[in-house]
Write a protein that binds this ligand. Sequence first.
Ligand SMILES: Cc1ncc(COP(=O)(O)O)c(C=O)c1O
Length: 388
Amino acid sequence: MTAQSLKSHFLLNEDITFLNFGSFGACPKPIFERYQAFQLEMERDPVQFITVRVAQYLKKSREALASYISCDTDDLVMVLNPSYAVNTIAKSIKMQAGDEILTTDLEYGACDRTWKFVCGQVGAKYIRQLIQLPLVDAKSFVDNLFAGVTERTRLIFISHITSTTALILPVEEVAARAKALGIPVFVDGAHVPGHIPLDLNALDVEYYTGACHKWMMTPKGSSFMYVKKSLQHDIKPLVVSWGYEALFPSHSTFLDWHSLNGTRDYTASLCIADAIDFMETHDWTNVARQSRELVKSYAHTFSELLASPLLAPLNDDFIGQMLSIGIKTPDPERLYRTFVDEYKIEIPVMRHDDKVYLRYSINGFNTAEDLEVLMAAIKDLKMKGILL
Ligand SMILES: Cc1ncc(COP(=O)(O)O)c(C=O)c1O
């Protein structure tokens, strides 16, 4: 399947060189049409749809997703976004003053904020362990992270794929070392489903969240929260509604507490089986592999052009369908606007602590030409002094 024929499946504006699949994904036409069909069904019969059919449809979605990411159907609930899951779990973990949540300094800013807020409420500490970049191998990463473990470490929170630095982190090795020490692990896999293979049974961590509306390409507002069965009773509903002390409880308090949060549009999450079908029909394993190859084939070129070292070895252990490069610019927000307004390139320019990263994402519809367009723009921006 060519990139051009895959592009015809997407609704993306043809005038834009789209190099930011990572932020919000993009929904292919057949999935989007299914979404709209669900919305029409809801508007034609809102009461029956919301009070009866949604629960049946959601069950099918959870079954399809659970089989796709290998876990028990009843150990995951659909939530709006990973922030929702992180908030739910962070606010439920029992913490006391002086307890520590260990994480890396590569985490997503919204999650850092959630943990700082929650820890601040009880006098616990959110420890952002400084990770040595570039990454070298899994063992040095794990040694680096676990140097931050103390007797007060209550939980390890870690991205499976980081946002600003676009790195696949060795969460399997982290989970194994943590298990040996008896420390629970919460993996933020916002970028993982549909991007790299995920097997939750094998990973065997306590908590995991992932977005379906990024690389699985469902409509926006579809993500999941996984909690190991033995810990589900401790996870409190973020929004208390009819699922709490339910009039007609299901077989699972976990499902009741976290699925019914008041009236809302569930239809994005009803498209999960269609999204999986779309990926299978279009041989997405191969599309993802080709995309990773394209990402890597330009990595050295951009690294040299921007005089900035690669953040990890160029292999499938660390690099997926995104690549981030540290850049120097006097004004990151102006640089981003210039990419969009003057060059018609959608690419994120992201601040992270005192650094700024440029991240390109590649999916089946992208070609080498898109990265050539980016390269030409970068050369131009360097001449103008907007990029140093
Ligand atoms: C690593 C990571 N975690 C969490 C999130 C949170 O996503 P949301 O804002 O949709 O909750 C993102 C979003 O891009 C992310 O990249």
